[in-house]
Design a binder for this molecule. Structure first.
Ligand code: GDP
Length: 370
């Protein structure tokens, strides 16, 4: 029988196997502290000593169960961090149901990646629509860049006000920038002083970390949820770097005739099926290869070159990549076709297109945001 220890910070059971799960402590550190049996898990240790929060991941069903505890016995504000490039992919199914009537605000992160000329009000309008379609009534939407302090001011103002009467829960799926945001908030609110981690109901709020701002209320960081419909979920580290934008997008325009096709790596394909000669402008990561070919041979071309000339995804991850499924769209100018996680494109003439996207990855048509 192995002896069980609990982290004295967050209450999680100490384990030495999985660094990305709650209660992780390297075996060497466990051995060292055996005498008094008082352990901080690595995550709490870092938070205490370096005011730095490590990411922790969890499956969504486990997470939602934990969240449902909030709805009953306290006043709370939920801040849901989403990735502005993958809004659909970063939504948490059932969030509204699990938090009851608690107010939710959405912080749409990575706004810095959109071209400078992007119209903020149109982005907000579109965001609210997507949230609404997905059953998430948000009180407000903030466009932020977690890595740029000055963009956080309105959100920080909201937090300052809300924390006088309630706890603030920060929720989000992995890779949306939740840790980056939390670390900014810690720096802002914590300053130089040590932030104490405590668990208010030991045993029930395992792996939720409290960052107290007042005597009574705190910002609570919740574990990042691993989300299966996120495009990032199907890619390896290198591919994520290549395909998901990390620098502001630069538009790339193609003059196309009907019966021509554009591939976005091997991750998506757009066939121009009907209309006058038109320009298609793509806003995707500058490292994603855009390739033009004739629609007639496109299928064969795809089968032959995917994973190589057409990449990412590359050869070794293609196997796990969802199949591409098609949809016909009548597209007007002044609208964007946004592929969740990848980017979007626009046209300057009305056209008919057939668009192929990975099964399960959301597609949305919105008023152009530029
Ligand atoms: P978490 O998994 O939600 O905690 O996400 P992280 O904070 O680890 O961030 C995920 C990725 O997004 C990292 O590569 C970050 O550098 C990047 N990221 C986070 N915030 C921003 C932002 O405001 N702008 C941009 N461009 N990238 C960001």
């Amino acid at each position: 029988n192995k002896e069980e220890f609990q982290c004295i910070g967050c209450g999680a059971v100490i384990q030495t196997e999985n660094p990305s799960e709650a209660g992780y402590l390297p075996a060497s550190a466990l051995a060292k502290g055996m005498d008094d049996g008082n352990f901080y898990c690595q995550r709490c240790f870092r938070l205490r000593h370096y005011n730095e929060l490590q990411d922790l991941t969890i499956d969504d069903d486990v997470f939602l169960e934990k969240l449902s505890a909030i709805s009953e016995d306290e006043d709370a504000l939920i801040i849901n961090v989403v990735d502005i490039f993958d809004v659909e992919g970063s939504l948490i199914n059932g969030l509204r149901r699990f938090v009851g009537n608690q107010p939710i605000v959405v912080a749409a992160n990575k706004f810095d990646l959109l071209p400078k000329v992007t119209k903020e009000n149109r982005v907000k309008h579109w965001l609210k629509q997507v949230l609404h379609q997905n059953g998430l009534q948000a009180e407000d939407v903030f466009l932020i860049s977690a890595n740029k302090k000055h963009t956080l001011e309105p959100l920080i103002e909201l937090i300052k006000k809300a924390v006088l009467s309630k706890n603030i829960y920060i929720v989000g799926v992995t890779n949306v920038g939740k840790s980056t945001l939390i670390n900014q908030l810690i720096a802002y609110f914590g300053g130089e002083k040590e932030i104490i981690t405590t668990s208010n109901h030991p045993g029930t709020t395992l792996d939720m970390i409290r960052i107290p701002l007042t005597e009574e209320h705190a910002i609570v960081d919740t574990p990042g949820i691993v989300h299966r419909t996120q495009l990032a979920h199907y890619l390896n580290r290198d591919e994520i770097k290549t395909l998901l934008p990390t620098k502001p997008l630069k538009p790339m325009t193609f003059q196309l005739n009907p019966d021509q096709t554009i591939f976005i790596g091997a991750a998506a394909r757009v066939d121009f099926t009907r209309g006058k000669r038109a320009s298609f402008t793509y806003y995707v990561s500058k490292d994603a290869t855009l390739h033009r070919t004739k629609t007639e041979g496109a299928e064969e071309f795809y089968l032959k070159h995917r994973g190589e000339l057409l990449s990412p995804p590359f050869k070794d991850t293609l196997e796990n990549f969802p199949e591409l499924v098609s949809r016909t769209i009548q597209l007007k100018p002044d609208y964007d076709v946004a592929i969740s996680g990848l980017g979007w494109f626009t046209v300057n003439e009305p056209v008919e297109i057939v668009i192929w996207t990975p099964k399960g990855v959301a597609l949305s048509i919105r008023e152009a945001i530029i």
